[in-house]
Ligand binder design. Sequence first.
Ligand SMILES: Nc1nc2c(ncn2[C@@H]2O[C@H](COP(=O)(O)OP(=O)(O)OP(=O)(O)O)[C@@H](O)[C@H]2O)c(=O)[nH]1
Ligand SMILES: [Mg+2]
Ligand SMILES: [Zn+2]
Length: 320
Amino acid sequence: MKGTVFGTQGGVYSIHLDSGEVMDASLRGRLKQEARTGDRVVIGDRVEIATRRDGTATIEAVDSRRSQIVRKGLGGRRPKVVAANVDRLVVVASATRPEPRQTLLDRLLVIGEADDLDPVLVMNKIDLVETPPSAPCPEQEGEEAVHSRLIRLYRGIGYSVYETSALTGDGMPELESVLCSGTSALIGPSGVGKSTLLNAVQPGLGLKTGELSHKKGRGRHTTVSARMIPLDCGGLVADTPGFSDVGVWGVDQRELEGCFPDFHPFRGECQFRGCTHLHEPNCGVQAALNRSEVDGARFESYRGMVQEGPGPSPGSPQGS
Ligand SMILES: Nc1nc2c(ncn2[C@@H]2O[C@H](COP(=O)(O)OP(=O)(O)OP(=O)(O)O)[C@@H](O)[C@H]2O)c(=O)[nH]1
Ligand SMILES: [Mg+2]
Ligand SMILES: [Zn+2]
C-alpha cells in the first residue's frame, strides 16, 4: 500500500494512505538504522506500507524525493530535512512582533530558489502596523518602516508578497488561493503566525499557537514537529516549527549566485565567465550595486552565504 507521511513523532509516523485511510506506522528495522543519520523519513515522503497480522503497520520503503526543504542551524549543526516533495515554499515573516529580518528572509528565499520551489513571501500581522486612512501617516515624516521597505524590495525583485492579517482576515483570500493548490510548506521564524494563518484558512484545524515572550517579543517555538495538513479546498500544506537562525545548506557558490534573481539582469555584463561578483574587475553586478540597482543588504546576504560555504550534506554521517 502506498501513502504519504503527514506527521512524525517519537518514531511513530502518521500515514495517509492513497485509499484515504489514515494509520500509524513504525519504521522497518533497516530504515530505522538509516533514520538515525539520514532524515530517512520526513513529512511529505511517499512510502510503501505493510501491515502485519497483529494489525501494526511498518514503512517498508521510501520513494526518492522530487524536492526537499533542507535547513541547517548555525554553528555546524547537522542539516535537517524539514519536508519532502513540496511544490512551493511560503516564507512567512511578520511586519512586527517579531520584526522582520532581511538576512533571514534572504536565506529562506535562497533555500526555495535552490530547489526550484517557487518561493513566495507572506508579511503577516499587517493589522499591527496599518495606519487608519484618516490618521496622519507617521511613516511619511520619518524613515520608511522596515516591513514596508522589505515588501517593496521583494516585489521589485519579482517575488509575490502577500500582506496578511490572520486576525482581521486582510489578504487571506489571496493567500488561500495560493495554498489551495499543490503542496506548500510554511517556513519562518517562531511567532510570526504560521499556525495561526492555517487555522484562519481552515477553521477547525485547531493547530496550537503561542503568545510571544513578553521580554523579547520573540516566538516561543510553539509548533514542535512539522505536520502535513490536507485543506478542504484541495491543497496540502506543511506547518513547520519556527526557528531563530538558518544557514543555507549545500548550495555552492556557482549555484548560490543563480539563487538571486535580482542579479540576473546584470550577469551578462560581467567581463569574466563564472564571475563571483565579489572581487573581479568589470563586474556587472558590482556596477549595478554602485548604481543602487541591486540592494546593498541583498548583496551582503549573498556575500555572507558565499563565505559560509556549502557545509555538509544532510544524511552524511555526523562529524564527517
Ligand atoms: N495581531 C496579530 N497577531 C497574530 C497574527 N497572526 C498570529 N498572531 C499571533 O502571533 C502569536 C504567534 O502565532 P503562532 O501561529 O503560534 O506563530 P508560529 O509562526 O506558528 O510560531 P512557531 O510555531 O513557534 O513557529 C500568537 O499569539 C498569535 O495570536 C496576526 O495576523 N495579527
Ligand atoms: Mg506554529
Ligand atoms: Zn560579476
